[in-house]
Write a protein that binds this ligand. Structure first.
Ligand code: XMP
Length: 471
């Protein structure tokens, strides 16, 4: 398309609806909403138990959020506004979180200091470190051991030397029994020669049985996705050793340099990637034509996020519902029904998600909603008796100053423009509760629409309601 007819440019233009100007047209309910099936696809190879994804933003998804998301059956995409090593550590922390015997254990040497131990524990969100020398277990330090110690004290002087261990053949039940009897939280695994082989933690074993719809790989580890730049093939290769899905994270994927760089990543790794953000039919068709089977999913929406100012400062954008419908239409044209469409930006509740499904989305990505939760990476702020968390656009000045994210946005040649803002969001509490609320809203919406599942929602009719006031 493209119009040079200036008389009709506006009258020929398509309409891009905002979430609060459309409604789902109700239909005859054939099931109770609680029985609606909300499982769906995130990528060609990953099926979710719930249709929610946390956004790759540094105020939203680090390991703590990704663990919480996967436990509920959604997925977190670890952000890339950090070094490759830091991102890899976050991905590894998710993979470690619930395996029965953790293999990739973070350890410490006896010559290190208490301060080193505290730094590692904080960075990796863990509460204990086996002390290993020459492959053998010689002690253990926990956060309790180091709490009141001099930061410069040596690990060998404060570690517990008489460590209770088990061997690799131990089962879950016996491990729990032993940890209870000995009143310990961590049970290191050693072979008959004392070589350190892994670690069982009480918390992980207990939590494992709690989340029935958690997303796990064949080894029982939680699933996690990671964001990468199309121009950083080394980081992509490194992350793919551990992450379950890569997502190419740029503001405007429909760009020849971005597409050809992504093609190289797919070719060299042999793994399909989720691509985005895209906003138009042509973008989707070009991406699929360039990458062919390399497209694992489509992240749709441009400039509609809560912290986005792209469409204010550039007056370009593709509101999420429009973007989603463009992707769904393009996939229909191609008969490519196995590529999931992810709606991204501007959604505040399950009703917004339900509208996205009606316009052709398979899953929805939230930044704002999850940034407000306990598990997001930022501290809770107390301001005049009210609690808040910080949320910021990855194109905001502050996010760009962190350095690694700069290539998410195209180089316009001059001064780097800010395409995002910083904001405070009212603190919402645990993400588990936020997810319960979203599930309730999505299921109720499916009920009103008279459908039974997410795929069925795609045939829901919609009503224009442009006069609707925002409540
Ligand atoms: P919500 O509304 O859920 O949106 O917070 C999250 C999505 O917003 C996108 N994003 C940005 N868009 N400038 C933009 O135009 C930015 O600085 C920016 N940072 C994030 C991104 O797609 C995210 O998932």
């Amino acid at each position: 398309m493209g119009s040079n007819d200036f008389y009709t440019k506006l009258s020929d233009s398509q309409e891009a609806f905002a979430f609060n100007s459309v409604l789902l047209r109700p239909g005859k309910a054939v099931i109770e909403p609680k029985d609606a099936d909300i499982s769906t696809n995130f990528s060609k190879s990953i099926r979710l138990s719930i249709p929610f994804i946390s956004s790759p933003m540094d105020t939203v998804t680090e390991s703590r959020m990704a663990i919480a998301m996967a436990r509920r059956g959604g997925i977190g995409v670890i952000h890339r506004n950090c070094s490759a090593e830091e991102e890899l550590d976050m991905v590894k922390a998710v993979k470690r979180a619930e395996s029965f015997i953790i293999r990739d254990v973070v350890t410490i040497g006896k010559g290190k200091t208490v301060k080193d131990a505290v730094d590692i524990m904080n960075r990796q969100s863990i509460s204990g470190l086996p002390v290993v020398e020459g492959g053998k277990l010689i002690g253990i330090v926990t956060s309790r051991d180091v709490r009141d110690e001099d930061p410069s004290a040596r690990i060998m002087d404060i570690m517990t030397k008489d460590v209770i261990t088990a061997n690799e053949s131990i089962g879950e039940e016996d491990a729990v029994k032993q940890m209870r009897k000995e009143k310990i939280e961590k049970l290191p695994i050693v072979d008959k020669d004392g070589n350190f082989k892994g670690l069982i933690t009480y918390k992980d074993v207990k939590v494992k049985g709690k989340y029935k719809s958690a997303l796990r790989d064949s080894d029982g580890r939680l699933l996690v996705a990671a964001a990468v730049s199309p121009f950083d093939i080394e980081r992509a290769k490194m992350l793919l050793e551990v992450a379950d899905q890569l997502l190419i994270d740029v503001a405007h994927f429909h760009n020849t340099n971005v597409m050809s760089a992504t093609k190289r990543i797919v070719k060299e790794t042999g793994k399909p990637v989720i691509v985005g953000n895209l906003g138009t039919r042509e973008g989707v068709l070009d991406a699929i034509s360039e990458l062919d089977e390399g497209v694992a999913g489509l992240r749709m929406g441009l400039g509609s996020g809560s912290i986005c100012i792209t469409s204010d400062v550039t007056r370009a954008g593709s509101p999420t519902l429009y973007a989603v419908s463009q992707a769904a239409g393009a996939l229909q044209e191609l008969g490519a029904h196995n590529i999931p469409v992810i709606a991204d930006g501007g959604m505040k509740n399950g009703g917004d998600a339900a509208l996205a499904f009606a316009f052709g989305a398979d899953a929805v990505m939230f930044g704002y909603v999850f940034a407000a939760c306990y598990e997001s990476p930022t501290p809770i702020l107390d301001i005049e008796g009210k609690q808040f968390k910080k949320h910021r656009g990855m194109g905001s000045k502050a996010a760009r100053e962190r350095g690694a994210i700069v290539d998410r946005y195209a180089d316009s040649g001059g001064k780097k423009i800010a395409e995002g803002i910083e904001m405070l969001v009212p603190y919402k509490g645990r993400v588990d509760d936020a997810i319960d609320e979203l599930i309730g809203e999505v299921k109720a919406a499916i009920g009103y629409a008279g459908k039974t599942d997410i795929a069925g929602m795609k045939s829901t009719e919609v009503l224009r309601a442009p006069q609707r006031e925002k409540k």
